[in-house]
Design a protein around this ligand. Structure first.
Ligand code: ADP
Ligand code: MG
Length: 725
């Protein structure tokens, strides 16, 4: 039988790029056409109902039953006019992907006839029989079920003739079983805390929304090649594969010309995104071959998170048509950059101000500085929790792998802001004399309004200020941003609350408001200085320096996840009404379980591939060599070549022996781990013992890949996987 690998490569090389046509050249003609957003609502609701709904959405107030009926009916009319037959509650269980259960609009009447119906009650609440979603012990399978509840702040949309309604997923006892519920609470907390602080500067601020622009990195692999790799199919990453002669050394891929086939794919999924009102605006090649990025314009965090999940979904679906597979895994290929999801984040007011944007006016800059320094303080105080928020088996390969931000949390603020903070820090406690120019005296009259200095970008920092927003770069490519965003917004809320308390105390003592603010900011700068780092985050010096500074460097995921359940973390979540202790523990357990499952699958795939693919192939080739040597000897040829061939035969035997032994030991390690009751201990065993074999096994397989005749090697090689014609 012909080698399946070559068949796959042949297929990949003879692809014809499918035709992509947009509904119109102008995106504005069809942007959001599949979203039941403000425009559709205005069209399909009475003026009064529309007013009520938009008020409820804006203020987060409750929508009563009657109104829900009206909205549901309008949604149904709108959706059916677009060929929709089913509806579903769309939610984000802790498995990491999204879930849906479709119900048809039509219903059987008592006389047997059918009628299309969509009641308010069905819009507001649904019970997905979801007993097998992870719940960390909150909802045992036979006990009370969970239900999904409508999130009116994220508009309903149509995918595949189905009306999708964004919802939260909670247990009957009220505990969150998803990513969205705690996120919404964290956003409410930061809204309140930030509005309170904004009152120092502007009484008109009544609402602060956190904003997010997630830049999504991904790899594309031809579908046929993907199907040849059981490891990619089952784990999302290649567990074996020798680095190609040309990887990313030349960095000639970065921002290079996008291959035509990829460009067509991008255009196609972007069109689908526009229909759903998702503002994906930029696209380019990334550093690694076969790697690309897509970035949307920022939106309110809750919506941006939903949209990012949808984008991933759409990208996955559209890839089929183009015979691609899209990989979001944090590290699909060893030795080549992995994929992250930079979370660009800021806070904006209802008055249109970006609170992390500097201005040319000193007065506004005091406000900017206030929020800026509070972010620094929040990240300093809760760096552990931020580290935990990005922990996953996939991201474990990326963090600290000398290409992505290290597992050490630090902040890069750029030289200009560094000198502004230095200056503030140097001053003693400020006292104002009569008639003095306060801003000059406080040294905040000269922050340059434009800090966007592109040469000053530091790509090695996990958390960077980029002119008018912070960029949390350590988030993994496949992650739901909600995890990181829940933590970031919660700790920001907490820090702002403390800040306000301290400032108010000084004001009560008779201090002038501005002076009080600056003095507290100074204190915060002093306290959180050690988290600021402007140098190369990939360097070994930084690891040493960070250790001296007392910053933690936790490389293992199970250990990083410990921070979730520390007292300090539980307090900050509980105090800000984001999650209670039970929910946090449940979540922690689920994350550990996810980790275990992923490593377990990887380990099994490795074992299977070694036993069924690698060893048989190596032995087959070894036999060829043995026959060759015997033949040579039989005709009396002994020389160097024969010696070398014998050496190769020995090498193969050595690797095969090693592999068989390692796979067996790894299986034993898995058994031992599986028999460990405590989930945290089990996760640590998987990390240390089971995963401990991965590098060794991989090393031997990759060596065999170099030894064995290319004609016989069964798995598509890196150079083939990474090349897109
Ligand atoms: P880059 O960081 O690559 O130079 P941009 O500055 O254009 O690119 O921004 C990258 C991402 O940051 C985009 O998704 C953009 O929408 C987002 N972004 C810009 N401003 C904000 C903001 N105020 N809040 C959140 N995200 C923002
Ligand atoms: Mg960026």
């Amino acid at each position: 039988m012909a080698n399946l690998r070559f068949k796959a490569v042949d297929q990949a090389q003879s692809r014809i790029t499918p035709e992509v046509t947009a509904p119109s050249v102008k995106v504005s003609d069809y942007y959001g056409c599949n979203v039941f957003g403000m425009d559709a609502m205005r069209q399909h609701l009475s003026a009064e109902a529309f007013k009520k709904v938009s008020y409820a959405i804006k203020t987060g107030s409750k929508i009563d039953e009657d109104l829900a009926d009206v909205v549901a009916s309008a949604m149904k009319t709108w959706a059916m006019s677009k060929g929709v037959t089913h509806y579903t509650h769309w939610f984000q269980p802790l498995t990491g992907s999204t879930a849906e259960k479709h119900d048809a609009f039509f219903d059987v009447q008592s006389d047997g006839s059918v009628l299309e119906k969509f009641k308010g009650s069905a819009l507001v609440q649904q019970e997905p029989d979801a007993s097998s979603f992870p719940n960390g012990g909150i909802r045992s399978t036979f006990e009370a079920r969970g239900y999904t509840a409508w999130d009116p702040t994220s508009p309903a949309f149509i995918v595949d003739q189905t009306l999708c309604i964004p919802t939260v997923f909670v247990s009957y006892t009220g505990e969150a079983l998803d990513y969205k519920a705690p996120l919404l609470k964290a956003l409410a907390a930061v809204d309140k805390a930030a509005v309170d602080v904004c009152q120092y500067f502007d009484r008109d601020v009544t609402r602060v929304v956190a904003t997010l622009g997630p830049e999504q990195e991904y790899f594309l692999v031809d579908r046929a090649l993907y199907m040849n790799r059981p490891d990619l199919i089952m784990t999302g990453r290649t567990v074996f594969g020798h680095s190609p002669a040309k990887g990313q050394q030349l960095e000639d891929h970065y921002f290079g010309t996008i291959p035509q086939r990829v460009e067509a794919y991008m255009r196609d999924f972007e069109i689908e995104c526009y229909k759903l009102g998702i503002p994906v605006r930029t696209r380019h090649n990334e550093v690694a071959p076969g790697q690309f990025e897509c970035a949307p314009t920022f939106e309110e965090v809750n919506l941006a998170v939903d949209h990012n999940l949808l984008v991933m979904d759409i990208m996955d679906k559209v890839a089929d048509k183009h015979n691609f597979k899209v990989l979001f895994h944090e590290k699909p290929f060893a030795g080549i950059n992995g994929s992250g999801k930079h979370n660009n984040w800021s806070l904006g007011t209802n008055t249109g101000v970006n609170l992390l944007g500097p201005s040319s006016r000193p007065k506004e800059n005091l406000r900017f500085l206030t929020f800026f320094v509070n972010v620094v303080k929040a990240v300093y105080d809760y760096s552990d929790l931020l580290r935990a928020s990005i922990g996953s088996s996939g991201n474990e390969h990326r963090l600290g792998a000398n290409e992505a931000p290290p597992a050490i949390v630090s902040i890069f603020i750029g030289s200009q802001m560094a000198s502004v903070l230095d200056e503030l820090d140097k001053k003693g406690n400020v006292k104002l004399d009569k008639g003095e120019n306060m801003y000059m005296k406080l040294g905040i009259d000269k922050i340059p309004p434009i800090l966007l200095d592109n040469t000053d970008r530091n790509r090695t920092s996990p958390f960077a200020f980029t002119g008018n927003k912070f960029e949390f770069r350590a988030v993994g490519g496949s992650a739901n941003c909600a995890n990181a965003m829940t933590v970031l917004n919660t700790i920001m809320a907490e820090t702002l609350i403390q800040f306000k308390k301290e400032v108010d105390a000084l004001i009560t003592k008779g201090e002038k408001k501005e002076v009080a603010i600056v003095n507290v900011l100074r204190k915060y700068i002093k306290a959180s200085k050690t988290i600021l780092f402007e140098g190369n985050g990939y360097s070994d010096e930084w690891k040493k320096e960070a250790e001296k500074r007392g910053l933690k460097n936790v490389a293992s995921t199970p250990e990083a996840l410990d921070f979730y359940v520390e007292k300090k973390a539980i307090q900050v979540f509980e105090k800000n009404n984001v999650m209670n202790e039970r929910e946090i523990h449940a979540r922690h357990e689920i994350m550990l379980e996810n980790y275990i499952k992923k490593i377990q699958i990887e380990s099994r795939v490795m074992g299977d591939l070694v036993l069924n693919h690698i060893v048989p192939t190596a032995v087959k080739y070894q036999n060829v060599l043995v026959g060759n040597v015997q033949g040579l000897k039989s005709v009396g040829i002994k020389g160097k070549y024969t010696e070398n061939t014998v050496a190769t035969i020995e090498k193969i035997a050595e690797y095969v022996d090693g592999l068989l032994a390692d796979v067996e030991e790894m299986t034993e390690a898995r058994k031992k781990a599986n028999n460990t009751e405590d989930v945290r201990e089990r996760a640590i065993l998987y990390n240390k013992e089971v995963k401990g074999f991965f590098d060794k096994i991989r090393y031997a397989v990759d060596k065999l890949e170099l030894l064995v005749d290319d004609e016989d090697w069964p798995l598509v090689k890196y150079r083939e996987l990474l090349l897109i014609k």
